[in-house]
Design a protein. Structure first.
Length: 448
């Protein structure tokens, strides 16, 4: 970043004092154009004075008093003081980074972009140093010691005059008269009696403290834009309130299905109007328990499904049936970008669509096309022909919410595809024909 200077607008003796200060951007007290502020090209009095007028706020330039000709005349002229990715902030009289600028990574090929994002990572064997990828150089670890391995294949010092390297403090001490060499679990380095526990093979170094032979840590940010580089450094960060570094080293939204990547004490869900996925403060309510808002569930989402009498409860978010537990199905919600698992159905609580043989009063047998088998769910109240939103159990017992051939979601009655067997479609009603739906149970639905 280029050197910044503070400014003092003055005349006479005060102008000489201004020369003692560095130049910075800065200006008036409010966000309106100051009619008295100097303009580029106008005459000025003291060379090298500067003024950030309101006309320059939001740019990386200031006005500076410079020679206008060879006769001693002076004029104000625009000069860049802030870096390309910075703007002159008048109220604070400082250059501030502009995260909307395309130049936030100007001059950088790696590391933090200053806005919570990344300018990229470095290939294997290179470190990001000052925004530039440089070949990895092993840095010896010798602070506070006199001898022993430096972790880079060298020694931190050599003991002379009959002294030996102490294995605990790595300082030079007199050799005890009863010294016993100690190389237990040590592959290299001093043995505590003036000798060595061994040498490391090529490509590995003797590590301090552990005295084990290890290869140097080689940072690796290949195909990663964020997260750990494997050596305690970083491959970059993620810009944006709802972007997080996933296990693949990519910046992505949180995972609402597995509830991953949100900070501790929050969970991944969807907000109102299908916003998200995003992180919300986690509550304590578990799946199937009543909730009072998006922040009351421990995970999943708090919603109330029409056709149920449970009110708002916490539902698991899913993409496919495999994301839900046994006996549950992943349900489409009309108008939602997410799906939820049906909750309340116990494992193996399977049933027959035609017999409607659920044991609990108030349950109905329903099926979603991707489920392994029909299951019992709390029955809804909508009747045949009523509109519905795609949740299978919005409709009353013996009916299913279906969208046949792209038609509107409607509650349709189950029928037996075996000729003459109950239940039958109403030949005089709006849906007189029985169309195949679930062949394993000879179940169809009534249509036009």
């Amino acid at each position: 970043m280029r050197k910044r200077y503070a400014w003092i607008l003055a005349v006479g003796l005060a102008a000489s004092a201004a020369a003692l200060y560095g130049l910075a951007c800065g200006g008036g007290d409010d966000g309106t154009e100051d009619p008295k502020a100097p303009k580029s090209g106008e005459a000025c009095l003291v060379e090298s004075e500067s003024e950030c007028g309101k006309s320059l706020e939001g740019t990386n330039a200031v006005l500076m008093c410079v020679p206008a000709d060879d006769k001693g005349s002076l004029k104000w002229t625009e000069q860049e003081v802030c870096a390309k990715a910075e703007v002159c902030e008048v109220d604070s009289a400082t250059c501030k980074i502009n995260c909307d600028s395309p130049f936030v990574c100007d001059g950088k090929e790696c590391g933090d972009d200053g806005c919570g994002g990344s300018c990229g990572g470095c290939p294997v064997g290179e470190n990001c140093v000052g925004g530039v990828c440089k070949e990895y150089v092993c840095e010896p670890t010798c602070d506070g010691v006199e001898c022993g391995p430096d972790g880079c294949g060298g020694e931190c010092g050599t003991c002379t005059g009959g002294l030996i390297c102490d294995q605990t403090t790595y300082t030079c001490i007199a050799k005890p008269s009863d010294c016993v060499p100690n190389c237990l679990n040590k592959a290299c380095g001093p043995n505590g009696c003036g000798g060595s526990c061994g040498l490391c093979a090529d490509g590995t170094f003797c590590m301090p403290v552990s005295q084990a032979c290890e290869g140097p840590c080689m940072p690796d940010c290949t195909n990663r834009e964020c997260g750990d580089d494997g050596c305690g450094g970083s491959c970059g960060g993620c810009a944006g309130d709802n972007l997080f570094c996933n296990t693949d080293g990519k910046c992505a939204p949180c995972d609402p299905i597995k509830n991953l990547y949100c900070p501790e004490g929050s969970y991944c869900t969807y907000g109102q109007d299908n916003t998200g996925p995003l992180c919300e403060v986690a509550g304590t309510q578990k799946y199937g328990e009543p909730c009072g808002g998006t922040d009351s569930c421990a995970e999943g989402i708090c919603i109330e499904l029409s056709g149920t009498e449970t009110g708002a409860i916490c539902y698991p978010i899913c993409a496919t049936h495999s994301d839900c537990g046994e006996g549950m199905q992943c349900m489409d919600l009309q108008g939602s970008v997410y799906k939820v698992c049906s909750v309340g159905a116990e494992p193996d609580k399977k049933c027959n669509l035609l017999l409607q043989d659920c044991e609990l009063e108030g349950d109905g047998c329903y099926f979603d096309g991707g489920a392994n088998a029909p299951i019992c769910l709390t029955a809804g109240t909508k009747l045949e022909g009523d509109g519905c939103s795609g949740q299978p159990n919005e409709c009353a017992e013996g009916l299913q919410c279906l969208s046949a051939g792209g038609a509107a979601w409607t509650c349709r009655k189950f029928c037996n595809t075996s000729k003459g067997k109950e239940p039958l479609c109403d030949a005089e009603g709006p849906f007189p024909k029985c169309t195949n739906y679930y062949s394993k149970q000879a179940a169809g639905y009534c249509t036009k």
